[in-house]
Write a protein that binds this ligand. Sequence first.
Ligand code: ADP
Ligand code: MG
Length: 362
Amino acid sequence: MEEFAVGLRKVVKFHGDTIAVDDVSLDMTKGEFFSILGPSGSGKTTTLRLIAGLDRPDQGEIFIQGRSMNHVPPHQRPVNMVFQNYALFPHMTVYHNVAFGLQMRGHSVTEIKSQVGETLELVKLHEKPHRYPTQLSGGEQQRVALARALVNRPAILLLDEPLGALDQQLRQEMQVELKEIQARVQSTFVCVTHHQEEALMLSDRVAVMDRGQILQVGTPQEIYESPVSTFVAHFIGLSNSVVGRISNYDGTMCTVMTPYRFSIQATTPKDHSSAEEVTVIVRPERVHLSPGPKHDGYDNSLPALINKVSFNGGEMFYKLDLQDGLVWTARVPMALRPSHRFQVGQHVYVQWHADHGLVLTH
Ligand code: ADP
Ligand code: MG
């Protein structure tokens, strides 16, 4: 238990008739950046509030640093929270927003000065201590909220959609900074977000949550490459999928018969029974497009029509009509030769290796 910063054991929380947190057990390791990723309403904020002690579990137990928190009030937990809306005091300067908590706890003026100064430096706001929140950009307000939560160096920092109010560019910059700040303070960060890219970029480990339940916990790479269900696969990134039934499973390789005029070769470590219903998932970056049917070592090759082409700077996105309304996407890096580029209306072959098709049963 000792190496765990936070432990949740079979935690249940109702809001009226709604089960917001449904039998959740989780362990967060000391010093890690842990994210809870899920759609809106999945129970993320409630989970954070339970850890902070702002809500009480109806069932189960929460441990922090190995100690049960059942009878520990919020202010006695080694935890601070950055709220989604920042909740800054508008009539106080940056300095006083950050100093407030220390003042309330009766720290000396010299101590406060040095701790606030150090923390403002950490979040790169040391040149603006006299500004008021309205005189700051969204990103700067976010830093004040972060500084305020970090000033007394909590062992655990809880962040509720910390970058949610920022625009795309600022969000990406702050992702890098948040990670640097965490490395410097070495606290455990528990972050909740509905933004999959953010969770993947920031986290050592991610828990995927839906309707109050934890569906999967793992490193970003594990979650992305080996999702346990189609929900996780789709939620974690754009995915191509097709349903079908298993035939010819030989222990590693299987053939999946689809309702379309093709079957698929896929490798799967799981035991499958014959005729079992499955979904095969293929990530858009795993799809190779070819002008002709030549296999070039790919186990799968299906004819398709280019329906739409878009470009995001680094990659081309091709929308592909396979058959009977089945639409897939391919992502092709611009770094590849121009012979890998196609136009709307062009006939191509969609190709991929058997071990790039994930076979999921639910
Ligand atoms: P998330 O942060 O993932 O969006 P929440 O934890 O805020 O999810 O909410 C989980 C569920 O609990 C939702 O169905 C939400 O409507 C409900 N809920 C959250 N807070 C309250 C509350 N104070 N009163 C009633 N229902 C609530
Ligand atoms: Mg929330």
